[in-house]
Write a protein that binds this ligand. Structure first.
Ligand code: ZN
Length: 961
C-alpha cells in the first residue's frame, strides 16, 4: 500500500510536540548547542533555504541519539531596510510587488493591505517560515524563539554596543561605505539585489591644467603620468563645467554626481560638449609638458571623470586609438588634427622582461588587434598591467623614481603628486553595478563622524585568527577563506538611518545595522525562554544584569533586586548560559563566510572569554533546481511548504542532502525525490515483514551479516562525525543491499526459516541511523518494528566490540568462489554437469600468511620472500613453485590495507571444510548439481585437467564440466 506521507508527518510531529521532545533544559548530560543563521522574514522559504536548516537538524538529531542534551533554537531577524522598502512599495501601490505577494507567495488580499506596516510583513512571513520549519520536522525548541525587535532583545543589543564601545571597538570616523542615495543608508550584502557585497576601488585623480580650468583624469596607475602623450575625451559626451571645492573642473555628469557623495562641494556652472574640447591643449601638473586632447570612442562617462590620460607605450587601448587616427580608420578627424597626432610617439617608462621597448605595441601585434573596438584589448590590458605591476621597473625618464619596481613605487608616486596639490582621490564601486533592493544604483559615500566597528584593529583580528585556527571548520578547506577575509577586513559602518531594529544607545538618530545585531544572539537563546515566559521583563534588564549572566560580574543580590527577580532565578538564568555556552556548531550557507560568520567570530572573541568562543562552523553550498540556479526570474522556485505538501517532508530532506557533500551545490530534482520515496517505501514494507524479535541464529552467515552490520555502523558514524551526510545516507540507504542479498542467498540455499531475528536487527539498525535524516518515516518504521519508545529517543547504534574475522573471510571466500563460477559459466556458456573445487595445500596457506605478515610490515621484494620461505621447513616447497610466491604477493598487494589486516587477524582458515560445508547448498540451489571438493594434495582426487596445482589460499582452483 502506498504511504500517505502527509499523514505520517502529522502523526509524528504531534507526538513529538506532545512529548515536548525538543524542549531542552540543562541537565546532567553533556550538551551540544547547535545554531543556524536565523532567517530574514521578507518572503517564504524555498527548497534552497531548506538545506542549511536540514543539515543542522540532522546534526542535532544525531547528537541527541549519541547521548547529548542538544539545544537547537530559532529566532527571526527583523532588522534592516529591505522589509521597510517593501512596505513603502505597498504604500505606493506597486503592482509588481503586490502581484508577487498574491501569485508567488499566495498571501491573502486582506493581509497584503496590512503590509503598509513593515512589521506586519515580517510577522506574516515569520509565521509562514516557522510553519514550514515545523512541517519539515526540525527539532527546534520553540520556547526560545524571538524576533530582533522585541524590547528584551533591544536591551541585549544595547548592552552589546555599549560594551564594544567601552572596549574602543566601535569608533567614530570618516570611512567610505557602499550607499543607497534613495534610502540614505549604507548598504551591505543583505541590502543589495543579488546579494552583492559592495566593494570599492581607489582612483588617483590627476589634475591637468587648461588655462584656469582643471581637466582631471582618474587612474589606478599614477606612475604612468611620466608616459602620458595626450588626453582622451569622448566627443559624444556632454561634459559639465563644475565648481569643485572652489576649483573649476571639467568632468562628466556622472562624475559630478559621485563626487558629491565623497564630500566634495559641487556647483554646476555650464555644459560643455566633448567635441568642443577636441584639439585643446593641457599642461602636465608636474612639468611644462603640453598635451593634446583628442577623441576616442572607448572613453565612458560612467568611469572616473569621463576623461582619460593616454599612455600608449603601456596601455593597449591608447596605443590602438592613436593608430586608428594615424592610419585614417578613425573618421571625423580633421586633417590638421590628424597631422598633429602623427607627431605623437609612445613614451616608454617601464621595462619588463619579456616585453619589447613598447609593450602595448608588442601585445597588440601578437594578439592580432586592428582597431580600438576589439574586445581582445581588455585581455591585452590585463596582461600588461599585471606583468608590469609585479616585474616592471621604471626607466631613467621618471626622475627620482628611476630604477624602482612598480610594486613598491606606486604609493610613493601617489604621495609625491599629492604633495604638489595636483591630485585627489576618487572612490568607485569595484563591482560594475550594485543595486539596492529598492532598485537604486548604489554609490560610494564617504561617511563623516559615523559609527564604525573597527574590524581593521590588528589586535582584534589576531584574537579572531586564534579562534579560527583553534576551531573546527567543516569542510576544512574553507578555513583559509576565513583567514583571507580577516586580512582584508576594514572598518565597517554599523549604523543605519532607517529600518527596523535597535537604536544606537548613545546616538538615537541611528539604528544598529543588521550585520551588527546578529553576531552574538546565540547567547540570547539561553535567556529567551525566561523572557518569553514573563519571568524576566525587558524593562528590568540592565547592563548589570547582562554582565552578571554572561560574566558573573557584580553582586547577585543587588542585581536580582534591580532585575526584579529572585536570586535563584538570576542564578538559573546564569546557569542556563553557562551550561549551553559556547556554541558547539554554527551552520550557515557559504555566502555568509565573508560577512556574518566572520563577524560572529570577531564579536565573540571581543565580548566573551576564551572558554565561550565558538567551537565549530559548518558551511554548506547552495541548491540547484534540475542543475540550474534557483531564481524568481527563472520561475523555478518551489516554496518549501508546497514541496512538503506535494512530496512529504522526509523525501524532500533526503533529496536535498543526498546529492552533494557540504560545499558542493546540491541538485534538487523530482526524479531523485521519487527514487527516494520508493526506497523508503520498501524499507517501510520490510519493517512490517520482519517485525518479530525472534532469536538470532548462529550459522556462519548470521555471524557474518552481523559483523557487516557492525562495519556499516562504524562507516556511517565516521561520516556523521565529519558531517559527510551524503556519504552517510548512501551507506544507510544503499550500502547494505548487496550484503543482504548475499545473506538471503545463503539462508535460502539452506531453506532456513529462522532468519527474521537477524533481519529485524538489520532493519532496526538501518532505521535508527536513518532517523536523523528522515525523522517522520523512521518513527513510523520503528513503530512497525514493534518498538514502543520513539526512535528519536533511542541510542545511536554501536558497532560490536568483537567481530569474527575468520567468518568474515570465510564468507568472502564463498562469495568470490560463487562469482568465479558464475563468470566461468558465462564466458564458456557451459551448463555445468560437474563443479569441482580444489583447495590449496597446507604449506601454501603457511607461506601465504608469512608473505601477508611481511607485506604488512613493509616488505614487497619477491626475492626476499622466496629466500626466506625456502629456508624454513614448513614452506620449503616454495622451491618447487616459486611462481606461487610471485602470484600470492600480487594478490595481497592488490588488496586494501584494512582487508590485509583482517586476513591477518583471521589467521589460516580451513578452506576445504568451509567450502564443503557451506558452498554445496548454494551450488545445488543455483546449478542443481552436487559440488565436489578436493584438496590439492588429495591422492584420490578427480583432476583430469591438472588444475589442482593452481590453487592458492583464497583462490581455490575450479573445474567445470
Ligand atoms: Zn535603496
Amino acid at each position: 500500500m502506498e504511504l500517505n506521507w502527509n499523514q505520517i508527518d502529522d502523526k509524528w510531529r504531534s507526538r513529538w510536540y506532545d512529548a515536548k521532545h525538543f524542549e531542552t533544559d540543562p541537565n546532567d548530560k553533556p550538551k551540544k548547542f547547535i545554531t543556524v543563521a536565523y532567517p530574514y522574514p521578507n518572503s517564504p522559504q524555498h527548497i534552497g533555504h531548506g538545506r542549511t536548516y536540514t543539515l543542522a537538524d540532522v546534526h542535532s538529531r544525531y547528537y541527541r541519539m549519541k547521548g547529548y542534551n542538544v539545544l537547537f533554537p530559532m529566532g527571526f531577524h527583523y532588522t534592516g531596510t529591505p522589509i521597510l522598502g517593501m512596505s513603502k512599495r505597498v504604500q505606493a501601490n506597486d503592482v509588481e510587488l503586490i502581484e508577487a505577494f498574491k501569485k508567488l507567495y499566495n498571501v491573502p488580499e486582506e493581509k497584503i493591505k496590512e503590509f503598509v506596516d513593515p512589521v506586519k510583513i515580517a510577522d506574516y512571513f515569520h509565521e509562514e517560515i516557522k510553519a514550514g520549519m515545523i512541517e519539515m520536522g526540525y527539532s527546534i525548541d520553540w520556547r526560545r524563539e524571538f524576533t530582533t525587535i522585541i524590547p528584551a532583545y533591544q536591551k541585549f543589543i544595547e548592552w552589546q554596543f555599549r560594551n564594544l564601545k567601552q572596549k574602543n571597538l566601535i569608533v567614530q570616523g570618516n570611512h567610505p561605505v557602499g550607499w543607497c542615495p534613495n534610502d540614505q543608508n549604507p548598504v551591505s550584502q543583505h541590502d543589495t539585489l543579488g546579494d552583492v557585497e559592495p566593494d570599492f576601488t581607489e582612483y588617483i585623480v590627476i589634475k591637468f591644467n587648461m588655462g584656469h580650468e582643471i581637466i582631471p583624469v582618474a587612474t589606478l596607475r599614477p606612475e604612468t603620468l611620466f608616459g602620458v602623450t595626450n588626453l582622451w575625451i569622448n566627443p559624444k559626451i556632454v561634459y559639465k563645467k563644475v565648481k569643485v571645492d572652489g576649483e573649476t573642473w571639467i568632468i562628466s555628469t556622472e562624475c559630478a554626481y559621485k563626487l558629491e557623495f565623497l564630500n566634495k562641494k559641487i556647483e554646476i556652472i555650464s555644459d560643455i560638449p566633448g567635441s568642443e574640447l577636441i584639439g585643446k591643449k593641457v599642461t602636465s601638473p608636474t612639468s611644462e609638458d603640453e598635451f593634446l586632447i583628442i577623441p576616442a570612442s572607448f572613453v565612458t562617462a560612467a568611469t572616473g571623470t569621463g576623461i582619460v590620460m593616454s599612455v600608449p607605450a603601456h596601455a593597449p587601448y591608447d596605443f590602438q586609438a592613436l593608430e586608428d587616427i594615424k592610419n585614417g580608420n578613425q573618421k571625423n578627424i580633421s586633417d590638421s588634427l590628424r597631422s598633429e597626432v602623427q607627431k605623437i610617439q609612445p613614451v616608454a617608462i617601464i621595462t619588463t622582461d619579456g616585453f619589447g621597448k613598447i609593450p602595448a605595441q608588442d601585445v597588440i601585434k601578437r594578439m592580432g588587434i586592428t582597431n580600438q573596438n576589439d574586445p581582445k584589448l581588455e585581455d591585452a590590458t590585463k596582461e600588461i598591467y599585471s606583468k608590469e605591476f609585479y616585474e616592471g621597473k621604471l626607466n631613467s625618464n621618471t626622475g627620482k623614481f628611476a630604477g624602482k619596481k612598480i610594486t613598491f613605487v606606486k604609493d610613493e608616486v601617489k604621495e609625491w603628486i599629492s604633495k604638489t596639490g595636483k591630485s585627489d582621490i576618487m572612490l568607485e564601486l569595484t563591482n560594475e553595478s550594485v543595486k539596492c533592493r529598492c532598485g537604486t544604483e548604489c554609490v560610494v559615500k564617504l561617511l563623516n563622524n559615523q559609527w564604525f566597528l573597527d574590524y581593521a584593529n590588528k589586535e582584534w583580528k589576531k584574537k579572531a585568527r586564534d579562534c579560527f585556527e583553534s576551531m573546527n571548520i567543516l569542510p576544512n578547506d574553507i578555513r583559509t577563506e576565513f583567514l583571507n577575509v580577516l586580512d582584508w577586513l576594514r572598518e565597517r559602518a554599523c549604523a543605519r538611518q532607517h529600518g527596523l531594529g535597535t537604536k544606537i544607545p548613545w546616538d538615537s538618530d541611528w539604528l544598529v545595522e543588521s550585520l551588527a545585531d546578529s553576531v552574538i544572539y546565540m547567547s540570547f537563546y539561553t535567556m529567551a525562554k525566561f523572557v518569553n515566559s514573563g519571568e524576566i521583563l525587558a524593562d528590568n534588564m540592565s547592563d548589570e544584569f547582562f554582565n552578571y549572566v554572561f560574566y558573573g560580574n557584580g553582586d547577585s543580590s543587588a542585581i536580582a533586586n534591580g532585575a526584579k527577580i529572585t536570586i535563584e532565578k538570576l542564578e538559573e538564568i546564569r546557569n542556563e548560559f553557562l551550561y549551553f555556552y559556547p556554541v558547539d556548531s554554527r551552520h550557515s550557507g557559504r555566502d555568509l563566510v565573508p560577512n556574518h560568520l566572520t563577524f560572529f567570530v570577531l564579536n565573540h572573541v571581543a565580548l566573551f572569554p576564551k572558554e565561550n568562543w565558538p567551537k565549530e562552523i559548518v558551511v554548506n553550498g547552495s541548491v540547484l533546481m534540475d542543475g540550474k540556479k534557483m531564481s524568481k526570474s527563472m520561475g523555478n522556485i518551489i516554496p518549501l511548504r508546497n514541496a512538503v505538501k506535494m512530496y512529504g517532508a522526509d523525501p524532500i530532506r533526503l533529496s536535498i542532502l543526498i546529492s552533494a557533500e557540504l560545499l558542493q551545490d546540491a541538485d534538487f530534482n523530482i526524479e531523485s525525490v521519487s527514487g527516494i520515496k520508493n526506497k523508503l517505501q520498501s524499507m517501510h514494507d520490510e519493517c512490517i515483514k520482519f517485525n518479530s524479535s525472534e532469536k538470532i541464529g548462529t550459522e556462519p552467515e548470521d555471524i557474518w551479516i552481523q559483523s557487516r552490520l557492525s562495519k556499516l555502523i562504524s562507516e556511517v558514524t565516521d561520516s556523521m562525525e565529519k558531517m559527510r551526510l551524503r556519504e552517510s545516507l548512501h551507506h544507510i540507504l544503499y550500502g547494505f543491499d548487496s550484503d543482504l542479498q548475499w545473506y538471503m542467498k545463503r539462508a535460502n540455499a539452506k531453506n532456513r526459516d529462522d532468519i527474521s531475528g537477524v533481519l529485524n536487527k538489520v532493519i532496526s539498525i538501518r532505521v535508527s541511523m536513518l532517523s536523523p535524516f528522515a525523522p517522520h518515516i523512521a518513527e513510523e518504521m520503528w513503530e512497525k518494528l514493534g518498538n514502543s519508545e520513539m526512535v528519536s529517543k533511542s541510542s545511536w547504534p554501536k558497532e560490536e566490540e568483537q567481530t569474527d574475522d575468520g567468518i568474515v573471510q570465510s564468507e568472502s571466500l564463498l562469495s568470490s568462489v560463487m562469482n568465479d563460477i558464475s563468470n566461468i559459466t558465462k564466458v564458456t556458456k557451459i551448463t555445468p554437469k560437474k563443479i569441482i573445487i580444489y583447495t590449496s595445500d597446507k604449506w601454501k596457506s603457511k607461506a601465504y600468511h608469512k608473505i601477508l605478515s611481511g607485506v604488512i610490515s613493509g616488505e614487497t621484494n619477491v626475492g626476499v620472500f622466496i629466500k626466506e620461505l625456502i629456508s624454513q621447513k614448513e614452506t620449503e616447497n616454495v622451491k618447487k613453485d616459486p611462481d606461487f610466491v610471485k602470484k600470492t604477493l600480487k594478490d595481497i598487494l592488490s588488496e586494501p590495507t584494512d582487508l590485509r589486516k583482517t586476513k591477518m587477524c583471521a589467521g589460516e582458515i580451513d578452506e576445504t571444510k568451509i567450502i564443503s560445508n557451506e558452498l554445496s547448498s548454494l551450488i545445488e540451489t543455483d546449478y542443481g548439481i552436487k559440488l565436489q571438493v578436493f584438496c590439492e594434495s588429495d591422492s584420490e582426487k578427480y583432476d583430469p585437467k591438472n588444475k589442482a596445482r593452481m590453487a592458492r589460499p583464497y583462490k581455490p582452483a575450479i573445474l567445470i564440466e
